[in-house]
Design a protein around this ligand. Structure first.
Ligand SMILES: [Cu+2]
Length: 122
């Protein structure tokens, strides 16, 4: 009789452990879902400056879209085209520009001439 009780308790213990493990897995699954990134929600797209390159260097957006040019580098840059100019962007600063006309907008950094990019607005 005592043995039967031990078996019952053992089975209950196994079930409890299994339930705990299962619920832990669910919690991990929830944590694994896409985590919100810190981003300006008013902007549609972003171009980052890092290692003296624009990333992405080419981007296609729609008329009316705003692009955030983010200086994530440790040096100053500019985002300069025939249509817009950010001026000098210190590390950690952002230049937002809204494209109100279709076209292709080539841009560069006036400090680092090898830094170039292109935005296609359609
Ligand atoms: Cu630069």
């Amino acid at each position: 009789m005592k043995t039967i009780w031990l078996v019952v308790v053992a089975i209950i213990a196994i079930v409890v452990v299994w339930l705990v493990v299962a619920s832990t897995r669910n919690e991990r699954g929830d944590l694994g879902s896409p985590t919100p990134t810190i981003e300006d929600t008013t902007t549609a797209s972003r171009v980052e400056m890092q290692n003296s390159t624009f990333s992405p260097s080419t981007l296609t957006v729609k008329v009316g879209d705003t692009i955030s040019f983010v200086n994530n580098d440790n040096t100053q840059h500019t985002v300069t085209s025939n249509s817009f100019n950010s001026g000098v962007l210190n590390p950690g600063t952002v230049f937002n520009y809204t494209f109100s006309e279709a076209g292709t907008f080539d841009f560069r950094c006036t400090i680092h001439p090898e830094m170039t990019g292109s935005i296609r607005v359609q």
